[in-house]
Design a protein around this ligand. Structure first.
Ligand code: C2E
Ligand code: CA
Ligand code: CA
Length: 592
């Protein structure tokens, strides 16, 4: 319609211009002539037309809302002017019979007024549109931010939450914890996952992790927050009206749903998990401590033989700190200077003849005094320190065996303890062979003590190791016999020289426990049947010795007959004594 208004305006303008020149030429023009009115009216029309075009072409007119913008106000504004006019007329300011120019002033004023309203409307519209666009933009940005946040909070492989998010949430939960609520954190480790990964590849490993995560989410009916902390380590947080028993029940349920084998590429995998739980108390109320404690408990669960759970106890944390200290001391220890070997005599019964000794390591530290081997050896085994210590023990014990036996023309068997980790070292047998040849020791003077639990590892590997010992003609004793599960079953499987019946079994025989006596009897009989000897350790009382003798046990080691002592004392106290016994024997025999 702007075209129509504009054209009318221009036609009127041209027409009135011509009429004006014509009238002026004829001298008929006087001010306030009708032509003035039309002339100004045409200009107004042109102005309207232009304004209409501006408004029409602006994007605002495309938006429906905008047409109503300021609508009510516009009418209000438009009403003001007529109102004033009426008021003015009523008060007599406006002539009753207006002239043309007065009409014109009115028209121009109304037009200006209308244009002014249109302008206001236009700017309000623009502002609203801008706001609306901004809101849309903000909404879109917010949506993308939340999508992004979800992605960054998620573990890519399993779609569970990731470590960062989990810890944030844990912290938040702990902060807002109500006193009647229980907050517990479970750390779930898949047992021997590294072995699965190494043997079957990472693809299979990943699939197992995915399936495990899936089972967790399927199991989760309790609003437990689940996350993958990294590797094969998962976590769960529970918060609410729970008790310690509930936490135990949840741990139990998790181990349960793992027991169904996971089938991947038609291969069934039986996985087990070790779970460590820590419950937030008054003291350990931050996520870091809670996580540390749960980790510690999970380690404990793992070392207790997998597929179980342990709930953190503050005592563990003390143990842990101590073990960290010991680890530090071990790192800085000078093996040759700080360690010492003690020797405990071993006797053949019934003659009570000294046949050998077990070398036992001793460690006196300036900082913590004496640290017993069953405290620091497991820590050394976790790190690499065991290799250095083990090498030194072997070297020391073998050269001591060579020295004593050569000096006194004896053939005592000196045994030393070898940890499973040392056996895993591919250079172990070479090292042993070199030590024997360097010291000039006879292999019969050496005995290697391997714990029964070592037998649990790969059968072929064990067979190889035993074969290597046999080739070297070094004897092997199975230490702590009767504490593991493999005890009797491994007797027929491998060939070695001696079983060491564990102190715990020996302790029980004096209590009149027939079952234990039967176990020992069976072990001794089987050992004899396969050409092995049996030695009992930890013999403290005469009655134990008597029973063992009756059972046909070959040798005895224990406080009853001698405690572990330093090498020089061992020589004086046990070797010299046995030499004089020998002389006395000979002395008795010579007169015959
Ligand atoms: P083990 O091999 O079973 O050593 C026997 C332990 O029982 C020794 O403790 C010994 O002192 C103690 N014992 C011997 N007779 C009796 C007795 O009649 N009554 C009592 N109550 N105890 C007795 P120790 O020397 O503290 O050694 C503890 C463990 O530390 C050893 O147990 C062994 O597993 C480990 N160990 C000791 N020395 C070494 C070593 O040089 N290398 C490695 N890898 N482990 C070692
Ligand atoms: Ca031993
Ligand atoms: Ca033992």
């Amino acid at each position: 319609s702007f075209m129509w208004i504009m054209s009318t305006g221009i036609i009127l303008f041209t027409y009135t211009d011509i009429v004006y020149y014509y009238l002026d030429f004829r001298g008929q023009y006087s001010p306030d002539h009708f032509v003035d009115f039309i002339y100004l009216f045409s200009l107004s029309l042109i102005a309207f037309g232009a304004l209409e075009k501006v408004c029409r072409n602006s994007s605002i007119s495309e938006i429906d809302v905008v047409t109503n913008i300021g609508g009510r106000r516009r009418w209000l504004y438009l009403l003001i002017y007529p109102l004033f006019t009426i008021l003015f007329s009523a008060s007599g300011l406006i002539p009753v019979k207006p002239t043309y120019s007065e009409y014109l002033v009115w028209i121009v004023s109304i037009s200006l007024y209308w244009a002014f309203c249109k302008y206001i409307q236009f700017s309000i519209g623009k502002e609203i549109l801008l706001k609306r666009n901004n809101a849309l933009l903000e909404q879109r940005v917010a949506q993308q931010v939340s999508e992004l946040a979800f992605l960054t909070n998620q573990d890519i492989l399993t779609a569970l939450f990731n470590r960062r998010y989990f810890i944030d949430r844990l912290n938040e939960t702990l902060k807002n914890r109500k006193p009647e609520d229980l907050t517990a954190l479970l750390v779930i480790d898949i047992d021997r996952f590294k072995m699965i990964n190494d043997t079957f590849g990472h693809d299979i490993g990943d699939k197992i992790l995915i399936e495990f995560a899936y089972r967790m989410t399927q199991w989760n009916r309790y609003g437990v927050l689940l996350a993958r902390l990294g590797g094969d380590e998962f976590a769960a947080m529970i918060n609410g009206h729970y008790t310690k028993e509930d936490v135990e029940e949840l741990c139990h349920q998790i181990t349960e749903f793992c027991s169904r084998p996971i089938v991947i590429e038609e291969m069934p995998f039986s996985i087990t998990v070790s779970i460590g739980a820590s419950i937030a108390g008054a003291e350990n109320c931050d996520a870091r401590t809670l996580l540390q404690n749960a980790d510690l408990a999970a380690d404990r669960a793992q070392s207790q033989g997998y597929n179980g759970y342990v709930i953190f106890d503050p005592v563990m944390s003390k143990d842990f700190r101590k073990s960290l200290e010991i680890e530090f001391l071990l790192k800085n220890a000078d093996v040759k200077k700080d360690f010492e070997l003690f020797y405990q005599p071993q006797y053949a019964i019934p003659q009570k003849k000294l046949v050998g000794a077990e070398a036992l390591i001793r460690w006196n530290t300036p900082e913590h005094g004496y640290i017993p081997p069953n405290v620091f050896i497991p820590i050394a085994e976790q790190g690499d320190a065991i290799h250095q210590i083990g090498r030194w023990v072997m070297q020391e014990a073998i050269s001591q065996a060579a020295k004593w036996n050569r000096d006194h023309a004896l053939s005592l068997k000196i045994g030393f303890n070898v940890s499973p980790k040392q056996l895993e070292d591919p250079g172990f047998i070479d090292l042993l062979r070199n030590l024997v040849s360097e010291t000039g020791a006879s292999p019969e003077w050496i005995d290697v003590e391997i714990t029964e639990s070592t037998m649990l590892s790969d059968e072929d590997k064990i067979r190889d190791i035993f074969a290597a010992f046999e080739k070297l003609r070094i004897s092997v004793s199975i230490d702590d016999f009767g504490t593991g599960y493999s005890a009797l079953s491994c007797l027929g499987k491998y060939s070695f020289d001696r079983i060491k019946i564990d102190k715990s079994l020996v302790d029980e025989i004096s209590e009149g426990d027939d079952k234990r006596v039967n176990v020992i009897q069976a072990a001794i009989n089987m050992a004899h049947a396969t050409g092995m000897q049996a030695i009992a350790e930890g013999v403290e009382r005469q009655e134990q010795l008597d029973i063992l003798m009756e059972l046909g046990c070959d040798q005895i080691q224990g406080y009853l007959l001698g405690r572990p002592v330093p090498a020089d004392i061992f020589e004086q106290k046990y070797i010299e004594a046995s030499l004089s016994d020998k002389k006395a024997e000979k002395g008795l025999k010579t007169p015959e």
